[in-house]
Design a protein around this ligand. Structure first.
Ligand SMILES: [Zn+2]
Length: 401
């Protein structure tokens, strides 16, 4: 499934997420322990996202049916770019993940909301925004979700066969001894190289000026940006002509005030009242995310990590990204760390009498079984006066002697 989403259009009346919430309410599931956790974890993911993502980014998540988790990410969106989200699930029984993109201003606005097991969606907008992405599957599903976030320029590159390294003069540098500033970027290439339309649009003006020489102006959409191609050797379009992205509008040269310079395209973008820096609209960036952290081998498993000198606790690995690891700690709270330090030497402890096994290392936590001193057991972790043991496939915390 491929979705193209623009936030200015509302693509849903009631979001799939809200529909599911309503379903939990009407069936009474929202009052169960699991249902409550699902609702509050979803809220928490949006209220306190675990991390800010630097794009390109990838992460693998393992959701377990026993634990209704949700993950939140902060993404700084630049209006010069479009962001590509790829979400894919792998499970015995395929399940849909709720993918919600929200914006936090005075209140939370839901910009995108879908439910899918395998999707690619593009997000683009006219304004810079701080976005929150939430991923959360339905209740009672188990499986892996792979997320990839890639950043692409909003527009195509204007010089055929050229790339970033051909851009040699940037926005804002002095021109005419500081009298004016450079309101664009210069892309150098051989004279006669095709200059191509960066997007579909209509040619609004074809003219010759002292500054720009042979220039072409293109309008993108009715109220869209105006694209300015200057110093052309020749213009190959006429005013009023519709062009498609990639079509040649002229050939690269050094007309106008570029006569004394090597042939290059002066490329500009005008929005509303004036020029904006066009660089990020065309700059190509790495589209392959850094590889996942080595902790990926523990995804979905329990590992014991060091917590200071005399403390080691079991954690459940919920997700591993190219930047860090998120896990449920010994109190079943979600935490994030760039690196996990695993316990290298198993602790030891003697427990001589029968006693309660707890879910967490506090006496107020839920009992998970009973410790039997007659049977063998393994000590896995230790914190304070509590010891984490495994006895006949039951794991729990027990007060040490
Ligand atoms: Zn220039």
């Amino acid at each position: 499934m491929l979705l193209l989403l623009h936030s200015c259009k509302s693509v849903f009346k009631v979001s799939p997420y809200k529909t599911y919430l309503n379903k939990l309410e009407s069936t009474g599931l929202s009052k169960t322990k699991m249902g409550k956790a699902w609702v509050s974890n979803g809220e928490e993911a949006v209220r306190n996202p675990l991390k800010e993502v630097s794009i390109p980014f990838q992460e693998s998540i393992f959701f377990r049916e026993s634990s209704p988790d949700a993950l939140g990410y902060i993404i700084h969106y630049s209006s010069a770019r479009k962001v590509k989200f790829k979400v894919k699930t792998t499970a015995d029984e395929p399940f849909g993940v709720f993918i919600d993109i929200l914006e936090r201003k005075d209140q939370l606005n839901n910009l995108v909301s879908i439910q899918s097991a395998d999707t690619v969606l593009f997000y683009e907008d006219k304004q810079d925004k701080t976005l929150i992405l939430r991923l959360q599957p339905e209740l009672l599903v188990s499986g892996r979700v792979d997320l990839e976030i890639i950043d692409e320029p909003k527009l195509g590159f204007p010089v055929k066969g050229a790339s970033n390294s051909s851009i040699k003069s940037f926005w804002g540098v002095d021109r005419d001894g500081g009298v004016r500033r450079h309101e664009g970027i210069d892309i150098f290439a051989k004279r006669g190289t095709p200059v191509i339309a960066v997007e579909d649009g209509v040619i609004s003006r074809v003219q010759e000026t002292n500054l720009g020489g042979k220039v072409v102006w293109q309008r993108l959409g009715l109220f869209g940006q105006i694209i300015y191609y200057a110093h052309l050797d020749s213009q190959l379009v006429t005013a009023g002509q519709e062009v498609k992205k990639g079509e040649t509008v002229g050939l690269l040269g050094n007309t106008g005030n570029a006569k004394a310079t090597a042939p290059h395209l002066h490329f500009g973008i005008y929005i509303g009242s004036g020029a904006v820096d066009p660089l990020n609209y065309v700059l190509m960036k790495d589209t392959v995310p850094p590889k996942l952290k080595s902790e990926i081998k523990y995804l979905g498993n329990e590992v014991v990590i060091n917590r200071g000198a005399s403390s080691a606790v079991p954690v459940n690995i919920l997700s591993v990204s190219s930047e860090g690891v998120s896990y449920k700690n010994e109190f079943q709270k979600l935490e994030y760390s760039e690196k996990l330090i695993l316990l290298s030497k198993k602790p030891s402890a003697k427990i001589k009498t029968a006693r309660q096994l707890y879910k967490s290392p506090v006496e107020t936590s839920a009992p998970v079984g009973l410790f039997n001193p007659e049977k063998s057991y393994t000590v896995l972790a230790k914190t304070g006066t509590f010891v984490y043991i495994n006895q006949e496939d039951t794991k729990g915390w027990v007060l040490s002697d």
